[in-house]
Design a protein around this ligand. Sequence first.
Ligand code: 3PG
Length: 306
Amino acid sequence: MKVLVATEKPFAAVAVDGIREVIENAGYELVLLEKYAAKADLLAAVADADALIIRSDKVDAEVLDAAKKLKIVVRAGAGYDNVDLAAATAHGICVENTPGQNSNAVAELVFGMAVMAVRNMFNGTSGTELKDKSLGIHAFGQVGRNVARIAKGFGMKVSALDPYCPDEVMVAAEVAPVHSVEELYKNNKIVSLHIPATDETRKSVGYDLVTLLPKNGVLVNTARKEVIDEEGLRKALRERTDIKYVADIRPDIADELLEEFEGRVFFTPKKMGAQTAEANINAGIAAANQVVAFLRDGIDRFRVNK
Ligand code: 3PG
């Protein structure tokens, strides 16, 4: 059996070693396709693969059509908006993710970017501290919960909104539950986004919410660019010259925003949230173990499609 690891943005070498060990110990063959420049490379590599491990790599119907022997796709990470689930189901292919495995890495980056924002992008002028400031966590999943844990160390006041998470879970984490999105944005100096990109959330954060932020508010996005209404954000940044937007995902209009709002917006050049050795090892090896469990024993505990 062939297990293809296709990562346009590669795992750390130490994680690849760990994945190889799991796959080869199970008697399977590991094929590595890293930093591929064209979709054609993925289409060719996937043709005889029995299993596929990916990150944010796009697995659409064309890729699934080309993968004649494919039985399982594991997204080594949380968000699986890059996989065409309906097409996978139609092909009888199982799709899984590895929830929680890279969430601390993403949560730590939230604070890296939040500190940078409140210190005026390190431009030498006097900024502010995070201590005693209010933090609103928009979606209380695995990353949101790690953000709450770290925020305590900074001495922040933490609240969260998540219609899919019971209040008790937040209360147990000493986080104040919020039940309206408007309240979340209005009452928190820093709002950190952790919503997945779905039909429900696409372009859901724009002018109306961003302009609710209090004076000198900061919006931190380590989630997905798709959840932002970029034109609404641009309008909000124009009107509210005190607000900053820092993101781990370059917006489509990144260059325009950087030019117009210099010093108030920041984007990592490539999504860096999960790009640590630890997250790569955790998510990569979990993905490899899930592939083996599925191919060998039919276990599909982390299945996300029907
Ligand atoms: C995720 O959904 O797990 C994160 O966004 C990380 O994505 P990446 O593996 O492409 O860095």
